[in-house]
Structures are given as C-alpha cells and as structure tokens.
Design a protein around this ligand. Structure first.
Ligand code: HEC
Ligand code: HEC
Length: 293
C-alpha cells in the first residue's frame, strides 16, 4: 500500500505553480544581482573613480585609472582625422604662441608638466612628452584640448580657441615631443612699476592695466604689448576690440562673459597708452591669420 508522501506535493494547480514561481523569483534575484553588480560598476567607474582621483595621493592604481580613463574617453570621442595643419611652419608658430601663453603655466614651457601651477593640480599636469601622450593620436590630443578632462584640472579650451589653433597646438606638442619645437618668443615679464599701473578703481588706463594683467594678456604680449615679432601690440581701437572678441590664430577669444564691454573699453585705453601706432606698413598684419601658409 502506498502511503501518500506528506512531502510530495499533491497535484493541484496551486501547488504545482509554487516551484515555477520559486524558480522565477530565483531568476529575478539573479537578474537583480547582476543589475546590482553592473550598477555598482558604473557607479564605481563614474563616481568613485573620479572621486578617488580628486583626493591628493598618487597611488599607482590612480595613475593607471587616470591614464585609462583619459585614453578611453579621448579614443571614443576623438575625430579620426589627420592634423590638417601638420607640417605647416606658420601654424607651428601660432601653436607655440598659444601653448606658451595658455598651457605652459601647468604643462611647462617644454611640455614636461612642471609649470608652476601644474604641480598644484591633482592629478598633476601631464608630462606631454611622456610615452602615454606620444601614443595618443592627433585626434585624441585635439579632443582633450578642446573639451578638457572634467575630472582633472585640465580645462576645456573649445570656447577660447578655434579648431585651427587647437590643431596648431597639437603640432607644437608633437614638436616638443620630437625636440624640434621652435624656441618660445622671449616675452618680457612685467616690472613692479608696470604692475603698479594696474588699479581697478583708477582711471580708464589704470583699470585697463588691471584687466590686461588679470586676463594674462602679458603672458603672450608682454607687459606693454612689447613682446617681440608678431606678438607685439599696436595702438588702434577697432582692430584691438575685434582681436579680443574674436581671437586670432594663436590667440584665445574673450567673450563678454569674460571681459565685459566696459572692461574692453578700459583695456583698449591701456593698450592705446602703451603701444606704438600702427604705421600702415602692415608688416604685422600681412602675415596674420596664416592665409599665406
Ligand atoms: C590648470 C592647469 C592646466 C592647464 C592651464 C592646461 N592643462 Fe592640460 N592637463 C592638466 C591636467 C591636470 C591634466 C590631466 C592629468 C591626468 O589626467 O593625469 C592635463 C592633461 C592634458 C592632456 C592629456 C595628456 C595625456 O596624455 O593624457 C593634454 C593633451 C593637455 N593637457 C594639453 C593641454 C594644452 C594644449 C593646454 C593649453 C591650451 C593645457 N593642457 C592647459 C592641467 C592643465
Ligand atoms: C596665448 C597667447 C595670447 C594671449 C593670452 C593673448 N593674445 Fe593677443 N594675440 C596672440 C597672437 C598669437 C596674436 C596674433 C598674432 C598674429 O596675428 O600673427 C594676437 C593678436 C592680438 C591683437 C591683434 C594685433 C594688434 O596689435 O592689433 C591684439 C589687439 C591682442 N592680441 C590683444 C590681446 C589682449 C588685450 C589680450 C588679453 C585680453 C590678449 N591679446 C591675449 C596671442 C595671445
């Protein structure tokens, strides 16, 4: 005689459905766990990783992760095109001027990452002559300069420099890597007397001097627009305003958000008070913009 087994489920619809339901919830659990793990990985990558980058230690993992993240990001987004201004000597000089004025503070004039602010960021500014930087394509460097690396101290320059000048900086970085860079222009540094002219509450010229030094115009043009060669400034309001608002090959553009119209007027007053007149010979302007490259 067969005893009905207490543990054997009796065949009725409610109990046969139970194991199926149980299997289903186990599946759900597994799926949930996977989602959880994937979610944690995403959070880890996107949130914790950069957070780890932002604290001030240089663990090997962090450098590795930094290089990895920078490489991945720039590879995913970089335009897959060759540098349109490669082998163009004029672009190389514009790239040098822009680099020396805007990048050397962090990456150093020679690209080795030892600019005086470069050590103050975490992670410190990259040695642009390193193996990692050499390995990156021109498109990757272009993308990084244009968009910046928001989880590091690397600013985006896309609002300030046109694409041509960004490519020109890529050329200059390559030249630094190959030790074939043209020497940076010998831009005079400001004296105490010159800095003393800057006064945000003074006359138009004094206010203009304050804007001029605060915006770092002197890093490229010298304290009185007295940098050598093409970087020398000339007096003449219209051209000056246009150059500042629109930028030039090798020079950033400054929006009204960065230099207000009032500041611009003061700035022009300062430049007009220190720079020699345009003499109409056009020696400086003839070559501007690189049309004759
Ligand atoms: C305020 C400091 C600062 C300035 C100014 C700055 N950078 Fe950077 N740059 C950084 C930091 C910080 C990093 C990222 C370091 C890291 O990821 O380990 C970086 C990374 C880079 C990289 C990526 C290199 C690589 O191989 O990962 C390039 C290329 C670069 N900068 C070019 C430039 C150029 C060109 C300029 C000027 C237009 C510039 N930088 C201005 C701080 C700066
Ligand atoms: C990163 C370097 C750099 C910075 C910073 C810079 N410039 Fe320039 N500037 C240049 C270059 C390069 C040119 C173009 C030279 C050429 O045409 O060949 C130029 C051109 C000019 C011109 C046109 C030439 C002339 O004499 O009319 C003016 C004006 C000028 N800059 C003013 C300024 C002022 C004002 C600032 C600060 C708000 C400034 N620049 C910041 C690099 C720079």
């Amino acid at each position: 005689m067969v005893q009905p087994n207490q543990n054997q489920p009796v065949a009725n619809p409610a109990t046969t459905a139970a194991p199926v339901r149980r299997a289903f919830s186990v599946l759900l659990l597994i799926a949930g766990a996977f989602l959880g793990i994937a979610g944690a990985a995403v959070v880890g990558l996107l949130v914790i990783g950069p957070l780890m980058l932002s604290h001030r230690q240089d663990l090997p993992f962090e450098r590795l992760y930094g290089n990895y993240a920078v490489g991945l990001l720039s590879r995913l987004n970089a335009p897959n095109v060759p540098n349109p201004v490669a082998d163009n000597p004029r672009a190389l000089r514009a790239g040098r001027d822009a680099y020396t004025g805007s990048c050397a503070v962090c990456h150093g004039a020679d690209g080795r990452g030892k600019g005086f602010l470069g050590m103050a960021t975490y992670p410190p500014a990259t040695d642009l002559t390193s193996h990692d930087a050499r390995e990156k394509s021109d498109g990757q460097l272009f993308w990084i300069i244009k968009n910046g690396l928001s989880f590091t101290g690397m600013p985006a320059f896309g609002d300030q420099y046109d694409d041509q000048t960004i490519w020109a900086m890529v050329s200059y970085i390559r030249a630094l890597q190959n030790r074939q860079a043209p020497a940076p222009a010998a831009v005079p540094t400001p004296t105490m007397d010159q800095l003393d002219r800057a006064n945000p509450d003074g006359t138009a010229v004094e206010r203009g001097a304050a804007v001029y030094f605060a915006q770092g115009c002197h890093t490229c043009h010298g304290p009185t627009g007295n940098a050598p060669g093409e970087l020398a400034l000339r007096r003449g309001g219209g051209e000056t305003a246009e150059a500042i608002r629109e930028g030039r090959r090798g020079m950033p553009a400054y929006s009204p958000g960065q230099i207000s119209d009032t500041d611009l007027a003061d700035l022009i007053a300062y430049i007009d008070s220190v720079a020699p007149a345009r003499n109409g010979e056009g020696g400086f302007f003839e070559g501007r913009g690189g049309d004759r490259e």
